[in-house]
Design a protein around this ligand. Structure first.
Ligand SMILES: *Cc1c(COP(=O)(O)O)cnc(C)c1O
Length: 241
């Protein structure tokens, strides 16, 4: 059998086991297949195994694949998960369903405005990326500032605030992995409780955390979207992370 399909079947078993171990419903965790650096043909193979949500990090690379797969667009869900510069927001607003990597108000504001230029498109779904590994990581805002950024974003039109995303520094120790993810969950819960009656938080229900090497820890701490690349598509060229 095709390797990508075999990997997906094995990964689904792994996700199911992680969910059951955490006493959670397997259906409460969405699998986002991270296809960066892999060609459109790899995405089509994954689709044959029933995978429809894909994550991409680089605007140029992603838009090429999205146009190559234009015929399949109605079945596909595209998530932008990489660092986003303000000169690239227009293309993202036009082509994606989700953006996980919002760490500045200005980017959200531009996406909101530019999404408004495409009235046929549903709201763009946004997650705020928090930085839980201190100086080691360039992306994400400190946890202490997440509430304020969420409040500003929640008021914008054409977007829906969905939750938080995090990429902890890689760590082989599962106890330490869980500590990082728990910090994100606690931040998420605080924001949710503080804003219970706020309309902009109606769909604030997403914790985007966990990758190939730490998805069990993320699921144990409440992840609702795991972003998995290597375990589906194989190792990437080492130049691009
Ligand atoms: C590349 C990437 C992933 C997938 O990582 P793997 O270790 O290959 O599963 C997930 N999230 C983000 C933001 C990424 O850049």
């Amino acid at each position: 059998m095709n390797q990508i399909i075999t990997n997906l079947i094995q990964l689904r078993h792994r996700l199911e086991l992680a969910a059951i171990t955490a006493m959670r419903e397997p259906e409460s965790i969405q699998l986002l297949a991270v296809s960066k650096t892999f060609p459109a043909s790899a995405i089509e193979e994954a689709m044959h195994a029933g995978q429809y949500a894909f994550g991409e990090n680089y605007v140029q690379e992603a838009t090429e694949k999205i146009s190559q797969l234009a015929k399949l667009r109605p079945w596909l869900e595209w998530h932008f998960i990489g660092p986003l510069q303000s000169n690239k927001t227009k293309v993202v607003a036009e082509n994606f369903d989700w953006v996980h990597s919002i760490d500045r108000f200005k980017i959200a504001e531009r996406l909101s405005e530019q999404r408004g230029e495409f009235p046929d498109l549903a709201n763009l779904q946004l997650c705020v990326q928090v930085n839980i590994s201190g100086e080691n990581s360039k992306s994400g805002i400190p946890i202490a500032q997440a509430d304020e950024l969420c409040n500003a974003i929640a008021k914008l039109p054409n977007i829906t605030l969905r939750g938080l995303m995090a990429i902890p520094a890689p760590n082989p120790d599962q106890t330490l992995q869980r500590q990082s993810f728990a910090a994100v969950r606690e931040c998420f819960n605080k924001i949710k409780i503080n804003n219970q009656s706020n309309l902009g938080y109606e769909f604030f229900n997403t914790l985007s955390m966990g990758m190939s090497d730490d998805l069990e820890a993320a699921i144990a701490e409440g992840s609702t979207i795991v972003r998995v690349g290597t375990a589906i598509f194989g190792k990437r060229d080492k130049i691009i992370s």
